[in-house]
Design a protein around this ligand. Structure first.
Ligand SMILES: Cc1cc2nc3c(=O)[nH]c(=O)nc-3n(C[C@H](O)[C@H](O)[C@H](O)COP(=O)(O)OP(=O)(O)OC[C@H]3O[C@@H](n4cnc5c(N)ncnc54)[C@H](O)[C@@H]3O)c2cc1C
Ligand code: FES
Ligand code: FES
Length: 471
């Protein structure tokens, strides 16, 4: 078992012998003293700690921004890490130059993180529009300059046609495969490469922490509320990184990230794509996985309501075999699920859109970007000659688990989806749920919003309201 985490740091091969559960932010600021990367919130929200993580993809190395405060050192083994110090070669990176020329920085605390996010954008998109620029900045908080000069700097870079990240070429990764296990100072980080190896580990080490992207688990790590003595990382399990397609279904390996899900569903389910764009930030979506969102079993997770309304099935796997179930049956009670101690969530599949199907999902939160849902509502109906043939409605934030509104669905089926049916459906929703009051919203507010969203759905599918993608 290796004691060294091996990776590229700003283009140079690097080895670190530290506990693999040390955060990348703590390591950067202490060992190599790369203090350009800042700590703000230490919970994935503000972007001050943003770094770029690169992995070989075909014949190029693809980079995405990540929050180093909630990223463990074990997670960068075999990868390329670029900090704000590594962007500059003999000359400033175009984003750095544009930010400086444009007066886009005042106190400068947020600036390295913003430069990293925009450099990630410039590497992946040669001509980003304003939507893409705003998306890239949604996870970076600037408290004093304000965003106008920052967006203008980003537009200037976009006008210049993007910019690559200087770092190792694909060939340089040849001897840097993620190691099977790393152990230092009492923390062990397993990185199985196949589902069979993962399931064996899961059986042998039922108490080890299963780690997807770590965007949920990493928050407690950043706050020093926990140590990870034994981790099984899912990031390199081949079968869980695959997006598959059959004639009627799309399937997502549990370790597929939300950015990857977003790219795949944008054509089939634009409303789902709009929801995913509001999921955390680019950094969070590039790290967080679809399996992790289900694994948290949070009553306010955004993925489950949309997936349940779409009719998703989840695949659970262990050495004893696989079992499949409707996603709504996976959730049993508050943070309790069907998952057994020797099982993992292996994949999630959703049916492809059917003729006559209308699907919309709405996230109601205090802020548009980077916020937690107060209520998340998803509606899917199929109609023939105006009559509703099938309906699935699911809510997050309305009960201890993400839940279907079965009676409200029954009310819609067979109806012409007219004003009367909308009122009856809304009444069935009000009768079916007893949500909690918390600082995000009172029980009455949640009930009112949930009922009102039926009308919103009706107006949207009747073509009365603004385009979903433009929201
Ligand atoms: C700043 C910030 C913003 C966020 N915004 C949103 C948001 O808008 N909407 C939202 O829904 N969530 C949001 N989240 C929560 C989180 O990002 C998501 O739930 C994400 O999908 C979790 O995935 P992960 O891979 O990072 O999970 P991890 O943190 O790795 O794991 C979460 C849990 O799932 C378990 N798990 C992971 N993978 C599996 C598997 N394959 N099988 C079994 N168990 C598994 C883990 O053991 C753990 O218990 C946000 C988090 C942060 C920090
Ligand atoms: S310090 Fe705020 S996102 Fe990491
Ligand atoms: S320049 Fe001060 S927080 Fe952005």
């Amino acid at each position: 078992m290796s004691q060294m985490i091996k990776f590229f740091l700003n283009g140079q091969k690097q080895e670190a012998s530290v506990r693999p559960d040390m955060t990348v932010l703590d390591w950067l600021r202490s060992a190599p003293r790369l203090t350009g990367t800042k700590e703000g919130c230490a919970e994935g929200d503000c972007g001050a700690c943003s770094v770029l993580i690169g992995d070989p993809h075909g014949d190029s190395v693809q980079y995405h921004a990540a929050n180093s405060c909630i990223l463990a050192m074990g997670q960068i083994d075999g990868r390329s890490l670029v900090t704000v110090e590594g962007l500059k070669t003999e000359v400033l990176h175009p984003v750095q130059a544009a930010m400086a020329e444009n007066g886009s920085s005042q106190c400068g605390f947020c600036t390295p993180g913003i430069v990293i996010s925009l450099a990630g954008l410039a590497a992946n998109n040669v001509k980003p529009d304003d939507h893409a620029i705003h998306d890239a900045l949604a996870g970076n908080l600037c408290r004093c300059t304000g965003y106008r000069p920052i967006v203008e700097a980003a537009r200037k870079v976009a006008g210049g046609g993007g910019a690559a990240i200087s770092g190792p070429q694909v060939a340089a990764f040849a001897n840097l495969d993620p190691q099977k296990a790393i152990s230092a100072d009492g923390s062990t980080f397993h990185q199985p490469g196949t589902l069979a190896d993962l399931l064996q580990l899961r059986k042998d080490k039922p108490d080890a922490l299963l780690l997807g992207g770590g965007t949920d688990l990493g928050v407690a790590l950043a706050d020093y509320h926990t140590d990870w003595d034994e981790v099984i990382s899912l990031a390199h399990v081949r079968e869980m990184r695959v997006i598959g397609e059959t004639e009627n279904h799309l399937s997502f390996g549990a370790a597929v990230t939300w950015e990857e899900v977003l790219a795949r569903v944008a054509g089939s389910y634009p409303s789902f794509a709009t929801l995913i764009r509001r999921f955390g930030s680019t950094q969070i979506r590039s790290m967080g996985t679809i399996g992790g969102n289900i694994g948290t079993a949070s009553p306010i997770g955004d993925g489950p309501p949309a997936l349940i309304a779409l009719g998703a099935d989840v695949e659970l796997a262990s050495l004893n075999g696989r079992r499949f179930m409707a996603l709504e049956d996976f959730f049993l009670d508050y943070r309790k699920t069907e998952l057994r101690a020797d099982e993992v969530i292996a994949s999630v599949s959703i049916p492809k859109p059917k003729p006559g199907q209308e699907f919309r999902v709405y996230k109601i939160s205090k802020r548009y970007d980077q916020d937690i849902s107060t209520v998340c509502a998803a509606f899917s109906i199929t109609r023939e000659d105006g009559q509703v043939r099938s309906a699935r409605i699911a809510f997050g934030g309305m009960a201890a688990i993400p839940r279907r509104a079965l009676e409200a669905e029954r009310v819609l089926v067979g109806s012409q989806f007219d004003a009367k049916a909308v009122d009856a459906c809304a009444a069935a929703i009000t009768a079916a749920f007893k949500p909690l009051s918390d600082w995000r919203g009172s029980a009455d507010y949640r009930l009112q919003v949930a009922a009102n969203l039926v009308e919103r759905f009706w107006r949207d599918v009747s073509g009365e309201t603004v385009e979903v993608m433009a929201l």
